[in-house]
Design a binder for this molecule. Structure first.
Ligand code: FAD
Length: 304
């Protein structure tokens, strides 16, 4: 028979590790199962907005999170959770390594950003290529930037960037934008913004940092180079929840719906961080959600 835990936490990003610390301090029999430790934080060149830590590299901050979780003896299993099944009041968790049982689950699988998949993008991520305007807009002061995408996220990022950058291009491959009309009007009339439609970014250039992009005009098939210092990729996110999505309610963009106590539509399953329908994807928010989820699990188990 698979071993029974009070709570299985899926994911070891800020949400999962924060939840783990709270669960361990509540003396719950806990295990964290994750493919890696630190989650998206390790992809971050430097994080300036995590309270208490000033300017830290993502690797450094993830190391601090992990060390703190280990201080409380948090058991961690490096594996992928493939599927969770409900069995009465319990859950069966199938991983690439083993099967476990749990009375509660905290899903914190996070998300990944869709990328353009063009030459230069991967090499220059964190060196001028960004997927997070909230995180990196302050680095664009007096610079020329490009925002790639045509939805609300692209326009909201562009609007924020106009407060720092001296020029903001919004580049979209289609003829019309998907963003709300009111946002398009407001951002589009800014003197700092130039809209380029039916245009694709086919390459990001630069050796140590971004110095430009190559654009393909989809009407003429012509290519041209544009000097920019930063590129914000805003073409969507993918939620990592295949293992649990058959059990919980999600919203129209695939995020798990949660209430203020991080409860999902399924009794016993809680969710925290980027995977949820929270509007903002930030490390400190994920960590806060993780703490709430753990306290909620504690109350839930007591009531059981
Ligand atoms: C390039 C970049 C820069 C950023 N900069 C900042 C910044 O400056 N400030 C800021 O606050 N935020 C920043 N963010 C956002 C921040 O990193 C995320 O909001 C935060 O990491 C979300 O935490 P999370 O725990 O919800 O998910 P994640 O960090 O995504 O962690 C999810 C974890 O779950 C694991 N996992 C997923 N599926 C499974 C599975 N099936 N089985 C087992 N494990 C699984 C993953 O391997 C990972 O360890 C940045 C993000 C990126 C990508």
């Amino acid at each position: 028979m698979a071993e029974l835990y009070d709570v299985v936490i899926v994911g070891a990003g800020p949400a999962g590790l924060s939840a783990a610390i709270y669960c361990m301090r509540k003396m719950l029999k806990t295990v964290v199962i994750s493919k890696d430790v630190g989650g998206q934080v390790v992809l971050t060149g430097s994080i300036e907005n995590y309270l208490g830590y000033g300017n830290k590299s993502g690797m450094e901050l993830a190391g601090i999170f992990e060390a703190q979780a280990k201080e409380f003896g948090t058991p961690m299993v490096m594996a992928e959770v493939e599927r969770i099944e409900a069995e009465g009041d319990e859950f069966l968790i199938r991983t690439t390594g083993a099967e476990l049982r749990a009375r509660a689950v905290i899903a914190t699988g996070g998300s990944s950003y869709k990328m353009l998949d063009v030459p230069g993008e991967g090499e220059l991520l964190g060196r001028g290529v960004s997927v997070c305007a909230t995180c990196d807009a302050p680095f664009s002061k007096d610079r020329i930037v490009a925002v790639v995408g045509g939805g609300n996220a692209a326009f909201q990022s562009a609007e924020l960037l106009t407060k720092y950058a001296k020029k903001v291009y919004i580049i979209h491959r289609r003829q019309s934008f998907r963003a709300d009309e009111i946002l398009i009007q407001r951002v589009g009339k800014s003197r700092y913004v130039e809209l380029l439609t039916e245009t694709c970014v086919v390459e990001i250039t630069g050796s140590r940092k971004v110095d430009g992009i190559v654009l393909l005009d989809m009407k003429t098939n012509g290519r041209r180079r544009l000097d920019v210092d930063m590129v914000f990729v805003e073409v969507g996110r993918v939620m990592k929840l295949d293992y649990v999505k058959h059990l919980v309610e999600t919203n129209e963009i695939g995020q798990i719906r949660v209430d203020r106590e991080q409860k999902t539509s399924r009794k016993g399953i809680f969710a925290a961080g980027d995977i949820t329908d929270r509007k903002y994807g930030q490390a400190i928010i994920a960590a806060g959600d993780g703490a709430v989820a753990a306290l909620s699990v504690y109350d839930y188990l007591r009531e059981l």
